[in-house]
Write a protein that binds this ligand. Structure first.
Ligand code: SAM
Length: 344
């Protein structure tokens, strides 16, 4: 039997979960809690921001928790990551984290954030059950930070990182994007800074997901280049661990145990091992960051659908996941939603 002839499982099927027709099973749910952000990173959105999603279109806290519950209790989701936009702007975040952590079986709960304001909420989030946090920080230089994010908030991000660590959230990871001519000469100093503080740094290749459609394959900083920029300063050896579905290639720094990760989404895609599914802040399931189609769970939810019906709709959405993101295909089209409205 070929992958294409495998029949999609239905509710009650012993193979329940979120499989697709190519043999992958989604267990990692990324939930966007808002499309709004308090930074204006130039690789993400224009200086003036975007037309934000109207409040009535955004899922309520209860609706978010209901969908996450269906994902965890009926569809085999084991990891839930809250993102955005900026998830710390969501007033109900701590309650959503607590309700998610209380599910049975209890999933791993994590957050991707720019860290602004985290110094005020890190302890409450840890107490609510937040397991892990990824903070985005592309530079340790305040002037470069302002150039990239168009906001003078570098010190607040640093304070957020410190607060997460002090609250016992571990590991604290740092996500960085390198932009040519802006911070592509700063990889070694960012790594040294993270190593000194015990943060796990991961570089992410810039992807064609900006609202302005300004991404250019020719000028993006590639994973190979990032490696070459670090190599004169530290000895990098492949971390001796099974990468599984993890997006980052991990390297031991100077023999370890410290590591640095490089996420080569564009030049070395890992779609064959992808176990992710995304839920947007307005309740649309996306089976891929680069998907051009979505499935409307909010309409089902607000139309009175049962949990079983919503689970079936979610499964059907996953089943049609394409084998790869196709960035290198001649006919590649960037998704109509930018990263900030999908959930990074
Ligand atoms: N506001 C949160 C944050 O800053 O982490 C969560 C949302 S943000 C969209 C998630 C991650 O996506 C950040 O690490 C950000 O740097 C990254 N990102 C945004 N646009 C990107 C792009 N075009 N290519 C690669 N990464 C991008």
């Amino acid at each position: 039997m070929t992958a294409d002839t495998v029949v999609q499982p239905r509710t009650g099927d012993a193979r329940a979960g979120l499989p697709d027709r190519h043999g992958r099973v989604a267990t990692d749910l990324r939930v966007s809690l808002t499309d709004r952000c308090n930074l204006r990173c130039q690789y993400c959105m224009p200086a003036e921001g975007l037309d934000w999603m109207p409040t009535e279109e955004t899922l309520t806290d209860d609706e978010v928790v209901r969908l996450v519950t269906i994902g965890v209790e009926r569809l085999g989701i084991t990891d839930v990551r809250f993102t955005g936009g900026e998830p710390l702007l969501r007033r109900g975040l701590t309650g959503i984290v607590a309700a998610t952590k209380a599910l049975s079986p209890s999933p791993t709960v994590s957050l991707t954030s720019n860290g602004l304001g985290l110094k005020h909420t890190a302890q409450a989030l840890a107490d609510a059950g937040l397991d892990r946090v990824n903070i985005s920080l592309d530079t340790i230089r305040p002037d470069t930070f302002e150039q990239i994010t168009r906001r003078n908030r570098h010190a607040d991000v640093v304070a957020g990182l410190e607060a997460a660590q002090a609250a016992g959230i571990a590991p604290v990871k740092v996500n960085a994007v390198l932009l040519r001519g802006i911070n592509d000469d700063q990889a070694p100093e960012l790594l040294a800074w993270c190593l000194e503080r015990g943060y796990r740094l991961r570089f992410i290749e810039q992807m064609p997901l900006d609202a302005q459609h300004g991404w250019d394959r020719g000028s993006m900083v590639t994973a190979d280049e990032i490696f070459e920029k670090l190599a004169p300063y530290v000895e990098l050896s492949p971390a001796d661990r099974d990468r599984g579905s993890a997006p980052a290639e991990e390297f031991l720094v100077d023999g370890g145990p410290a590591t640095v990760g490089i996420i080569a989404s564009v030049t070395r895609p890992f779609c064959g091992d992808c176990d992710r599914v995304r839920l947007t802040a307005d309740g649309q399931v996306r089976n891929c960051l680069f998907a051009r189609e979505e499935s409307d769970l909010r309409a089902a939810l607000r139309g009175g659908a049962s949990d079983d019906e919503i689970a079936d709709r979610w499964r059907a959405a996953m089943w049609s996941k394409l084998p790869g993101h196709g960035i290198d295909d001649v006919g590649f089209l960037q998704p109509s939603r930018p990263m900030s409205a999908i959930g990074g």
